[in-house]
Design a protein around this ligand. Structure first.
Ligand code: PGA
Length: 251
């Protein structure tokens, strides 16, 4: 089944407002006419407004890197779904491995963020992935299943239709080590099979599963050629206009 490709750039904790502006201008230009795929950018919160205004007439959507489940209140350091929507955000990354590892976000917390985002009509990009030790200990599939079931608990079929999954092996993030196309395809096929057991095959067939972890101009084409890889979640290479432009223009 053909799913519409989705290319996502995650700027993490990089870019001043001026740098974000300049990068968004370049990405806006090289995304012109790309009507057979979706392109999204996740700037840091402080640059969301600027990037959204630069890209308002383009096909590039602005998304966030995290979200709280409450719309307001005493949640120092968090960001409300309503605040994101007001800033023009349509989707949000949830459960990134940096949140899980550095900030100890567990399945329960990630699940609250998922349900919170959906309640306010923000589309989640839900990240899962194993560490090197887990892969070497043959635990990849067990870990992916735990993360999937934990993070998606309580999501309805309708919610799943709005959700994107990102498979990001932790050992491939920011390391320059990409999963081979075979390793990535194997994990994506496993995730899709699990989704069809948890929901329905028809739904699982429509859910986009992105690959993330050292996606670069020189590996994007072969990754995107895999039958269960529907897009890429790009970190480092999304901070370089030329590289990201090549990635979104994958062949
Ligand atoms: P990377 O990051 O492309 O720098 O490996 C990917 C990610 O964290 O989403």
């Amino acid at each position: 089944m053909k799913r519409r490709p989705l290319l996502a750039g995650n700027w993490k904790m990089h870019t001043t407002v001026a740098e974000a502006h300049a990068l968004a201008v370049e990405i806006g230009k090289c995304s012109e006419g790309l009507d057979d795929r979706d392109v999204i950018l996740a700037p840091p919160f402080t640059s969301i407004h600027e990037v959204a205004s630069v890209l308002k007439d383009s096909c590039v959507e602005v998304v966030a890197q995290n979200v709280c489940w409450e719309e307001q209140g005493a949640f120092t350091g968090e960001i409300s779904p309503l605040m994101l929507k007001e800033a023009g955000v349509t989707s949000v990354i949830i459960g990134h491995s940096e949140r899980r590892q550095i900030f100890s976000e567990d399945h329960e917390l990630i699940n609250k963020r998922m349900l919170g985002a959906l309640k306010y009509d923000l589309k989640p990009i839900f990240c899962i992935g194993e560490t090197l030790a887990e892969r070497e200990g043959s635990k990849t599939f067990t870990v992916l299943e735990e993360q999937l079931k934990g993070g998606l608990a309580g999501l309805s079929l309708r919610d799943m239709q709005k959700t994107v999954i990102a498979y990001e092996p932790v050992w491939a993030i920011g390391t320059g080590k990409t999963a081979t196309k075979e390793q990535a395809q194997e994990a994506h096929a496993f995730i899709r099979k699990l989704l069809s057991e948890m929901y329905e095959k028809d739904i699982a067939d429509t859910i986009r599963i992105l690959y993330g972890g050292s996606v670069k101009p020189d590996n994007v084409d072969e990754l995107m050629a895999q039958s269960d890889i529907d897009g890429a979640l790009v970190g480092g290479a999304a901070l370089d206009a030329e590289s990201f432009c090549r990635i979104i223009n994958f062949i």
